[in-house]
Ligand binder design. Structure first.
Ligand SMILES: Nc1nc2c(ncn2[C@@H]2O[C@H](COP(=O)(O)OP(=O)(O)OP(=O)(O)O)[C@@H](O)[C@H]2O)c(=O)[nH]1
Length: 449
């Protein structure tokens, strides 16, 4: 068997992010994951001016994730008494958006305990779309609320989306506490209202923190202004929230991203299948099944970026070597014979529509599911959901921009799917306009109800 320790294989980039598939950030994430650092993926949401940029700036600054010269530039550009940390975030955001139509910017920061990948989803325009994009892979969502305004319609909407996307942990950051005199009553009223709403949504874990992003209170260090608050600071919670058990380590799913066949003399008989483990655990010697062929074999070896590894689990990017020379190609799925996903051409999903041009029955569209892209036709729109009242409008004939509804699709080739509630990686897909290649929707395969 060929050894690969001195061979550089291309890095897997696109199995984990639904939209920003080729970003260097995704590559970096894979790097970090394979280095086995503990990673927390965070999605942020808030309405305009709630202080999201300031909070992100504060987290980056206080965790020393920015360079001194960046801070000095921001300090010089700030008006008034305070250094405007939002300039930092907005500056980065502007840089990121130059020339590319990506709405979600990913940022990194790290503490000795954890590495954080923060999906910064601009609140004002198309927030549903941005949040769906950012939150579908998130371990935790932060919803910002302005303490002066309390819970507003968008807070409800963001909490609803986080629960719809099955984000396991929700944090409500009650910001601008300095503007309500650090009032415990104001904070408690918001916390109570939010908890009551979250209880209706099956939010598994809710934490509410009183903060001032501008002044840094309870963001990284405990504030002397809120002696009545005994909970964790925001960063402490982010560092300690327990996420390992949120990952599905039961159902082994490895969507093949590409076949690795180095063209060098030395490695001419090497063949591996590269991808990111979507769920479950793969070990050398395991019996596996490849879909759609249904053929079975065993794993001869697993190669990580730094050489062979004994086992692979999500979200590690690895190359699997199989004992038999099967015909495996991009879009195939490696799983375990006794625990295969559903193979189907009929998708029944909650779809969040993200295009100006509405979604309508009989429309043709492309479906991108894990590493497989297939053509599809919209068979039926069962209902459109009102996110504020949770009412289902069964008379609806189309889904407009940012609408959510239950849609049935028929795809031209089988997909290997799981229920989204069980497996976020194989239970979601994105909808792509065939003509423009733009992402126009995101779907979650959840049981019809
Ligand atoms: N007093 C006070 N002002 C704050 C606090 N956090 C943010 N602000 C101010 O609120 C305004 C809006 O903050 P941003 O961080 O730009 O708000 P945002 O939600 O990120 O807005 P977008 O980026 O446009 O979505 C700015 O003037 C901030 O300085 C806070 O804790 N206290």
């Amino acid at each position: 068997m060929a050894s690969n320790t001195d061979t550089t294989y291309p890095t897997v980039t696109d199995a984990d992010e639904p939209v920003d598939v080729h970003s260097p950030v995704a590559e970096h994430a894979v790097e970090l994951a394979t280095a086995r650092k503990d990673i927390l993926r965070i999605a942020t949401a808030g309405s305009v001016d709630d202080g999201k940029s300031t909070l992100i700036g504060r987290l980056l600054y206080d965790s020393k994730a920015i360079f001194e010269d960046q801070y000095e530039a921001v300090a010089r550009a700030s008006k008034g008494d305070h250094v405007d940390l939002a300039l930092l975030t907005d500056g980065l955001r502007a840089e990121r958006e130059q020339g590319i139509t990506i709405d979600v910017a990913y940022r990194y920061f790290a503490t000795p305990r954890r590495t954080f990948i923060l999906a910064d989803t601009p609140g004002h325009v198309q927030y549903t779309r941005n949040m769906v994009t950012g939150a579908s892979t998130a371990d935790l969502a932060i919803v910002l609320v302005d303490a002066r305004k309390g819970m507003v319609e968008q807070s409800r909407r963001h909490a609803f989306l986080a629960s719809l996307l099955r984000v396991p942990h929700l944090v409500v950051a009650v910001n601008k506490m300095d503007l309500v005199d650090w009032s415990e009553e104001v904070f408690e009223a918001i916390a109570d209202e939010f908890s009551a709403f979250a209880a209706k949504l099956s939010v598994p874990d809710l934490t509410v923190v009183p903060i001032s992003a501008l002044h840094g209170d309870n963001v990284v260090t405990h504030s002397a202004k809120t002696p009545w608050y005994e909970g964790p600071t925001l960063l402490h919670h982010l560092e300690h929230v327990h996420v390992a058990s949120d990952r599905n380590l039961t159902d082994a799913r490895f969507p093949v991203q590409y076949v690795v066949r180095p063209q060098t003399e030395e490695h001419h008989d090497y063949r591996g299948y590269a991808g990111t483990v979507a769920s479950g655990v793969f070990r050398t010697g395991d019996d596996v099944q490849v879909l759609p062929s249904g053929l079975t074999t065993t794993i001869a070896g697993i190669d990580g970026p730094r050489g062979p590894v004994d086992e692979a689990f999500p979200p590690m990017a690895v190359t699997l070597r199989l004992a038999d020379d099967l015909d495996v190609s991009r879009g195939d799925l490696v799983c375990k014979p006794e625990n295969a996903p559903t193979v189907t051409q009929d998708l029944d999903a909650l779809v969040c529509w993200m295009a100006e041009e509405p979604l309508r029955p009989r429309q043709r569209i492309a479906v991108k599911h894990t590493t497989r892209t297939v053509r599809a036709v919209v068979k039926e729109l069962a209902y459109r959901l009102d996110v504020n009242t949770l009412h289902r409008d069964r008379e609806a004939t189309e889904l407009g921009l940012n609408d959510i509804g239950r849609v049935r699709l028929r795809v031209t080739q089988p997909l290997f799917v799981d229920d989204y509630t069980r497996n976020r990686a194989t239970g979601r897909f994105i909808l792509v306009d065939e003509a423009t290649n733009a992402t126009v929707g995101a779907g979650m395969l959840t049981p019809a109800g």
